[in-house]
Design a protein around this ligand. Structure first.
Ligand code: PMP
Ligand code: GLU
Length: 392
């Protein structure tokens, strides 16, 4: 008898972003030059002083188990960052260091959701949200948003989606995949609905440092007094410091939640990599000019991508104010010879033009595709030349 796959695993869709990038790598392994705009992964090397801290950690013998919820230095550094940046007071014990922000989200859902609980997820949403919520036994309630409203959910849309089973709002700001960002007053109206309906909020703020044009990023728990008690903030070093492979993320939550998340982690994974944790301390407490210079490069790329999209008739895209994604409308190019849907569109573009992007369907929003501009200007130039040729 062959081993049967569980119902829960059968019901799980693999990560479309990782799948697309795997397909691009496959083509590249066959000797083809592939322009990969599929993955939200900065192309910069991790800054040298962070790498040095990791080497020093190995030399100092930090190669053993740590406390499952993370080393005290890193918890302290995370709490200090939120104090300095957003005037939020968290005790280090409210921080749990996880194996990346994806794992931090998993922890947040598993520690707080019961089977049948409803979680409101504005779409387009990041690929893993719906699947992680489903894995926890809860039910994702998808609220579609419009390009004309920069893909932001209004308080009214939020309110209309609430039922007696609703427990949580899951909000990504700045947003992957849309590249847009909620402003203070928009967030305040959402926060008021959450409070009025006694909901709690998971605020994925992993892109909080990747904000353009000097705009202010507003951290969710700062919006109203007492909101910290009903919010779990998710963050990490993957994007800000170009540390995707190091696998360090975190949650900031009320103490009783943090304790439970720590216990969960002690059974599931034990501590995140000890060496990476020391590197993350260096990232948070060391010089921050590396963040500014990466942001400057992203700004240039964002401007370039916006210009190229605007120059192609039939494409449109909301102004990109945060993160490093362009989520653009390709509806004018569907239904003809090229492709019926965005999955086919992306496959054809990959096969014919050797450019990898992710179909909007993976983010719960058909008719759009996502290009990550965490790639060099040369790669972006060649990619958009090819996209233009493909559309012609
Ligand atoms: N949240 C969002 C919105 C993301 O885009 C990502 C990117 N992978 C994550 C969480 C997970 O980040 P990490 O690589 O730290 O797991
Ligand atoms: N968050 C990135 C993306 O959306 C990395 C891929 C992933 O973790 O699924 O492309």
């Amino acid at each position: 008898m062959s081993i049967e796959i569980s119902k829960i695993a059968q019901g799980l869709a693999p990560s479309a972003t990782l799948a697309m990038s795997a397909r691009a790598k496959e083509l590249a392994a066959q000797g083809k030059t592939v322009y990969d705009l599929s993955l939200g992964e900065p192309d910069f090397n991790t800054p040298q002083h962070i790498c040095n801290a990791a080497i020093d950690a190995i030399k100092a013998g930090h190669t053993k188990y740590t406390v499952a919820s993370g080393i005290p230095e890193l918890k302290k550094a995370v709490a200090a960052t939120y104090k300095t940046d957003y005037a939020l007071h968290y005790e280090p014990a409210q921080v749990v260091v996880a194996n990346g922000a994806k794992h931090a989200l998993h922890n947040a859902f598993f520690a707080t959701l019961n089977p049948g609980d409803e979680v409101i997820i504005p779409a387009p949403y990041w690929v893993s949200y719906a699947e992680l919520v489903k894995l926890s036994g809860a039910v994702g309630i998808i609220v579609p948003t419009e390009e004309s409203h920069d893909f932001k959910m209004s308080a009214e849309q939020f309110e209309n989606a609430i039922t007696p089973k609703t427990r949580m709002l899951l909000l990504c700001n700045p947003s992957n995949p849309t590249g847009t960002m909620y402003g203070r007053s928009e967030l305040e109206t959402l926060a008021d609905v959450a409070v009025a309906n006694d909901l709690f909020v998971v605020a994925d703020e992993i892109y909080s440092k990747l904000v353009y044009d000097g705009n202010d990023f507003v951290s969710f728990p700062t919006l109203r007094p007492g909101l910290q008690d009903r919010t779990i903030v998710v963050g990490g070093v993957s994007k800000t410091y170009s540390m995707t492979g190091w696998r360090i993320g975190w949650t900031l939550s009320p103490l009783h939640v943090a304790q439970k998340i720590g216990e969960l982690q002690s059974q599931e994974t034990s501590n995140p990599c000890s060496i990476s944790q020391h590197a993350a301390v260096a990232a948070l407490t060391g010089p921050q000019d590396c963040v500014a210079s990466m942001l400057a490069a992203f700004t240039q790329r964002r401007d370039y991508v916006a210009k190229r999209i605007a120059a192609i008739e039939g494409l449109s895209c909301p102004a990109m104010t945060g993160a490093f994604y362009a989520f653009f409308n390709v509806k004018a190019f569907l239904g003809g010879e090229r492709a019926d849907n965005t999955e086919q569109f992306c496959l054809e573009l990959l096969n014919q033009g050797h450019v990898a992007m992710v179909p909007g369907s993976a983010f719960g929003c058909e008719g759009y595709v996502r290009a990550s501009f965490a790639a060099s200007l040369e790669v972006l130039r060649e990619s958009f030349d090819r996209i233009e040729a493909f559309l012609r």
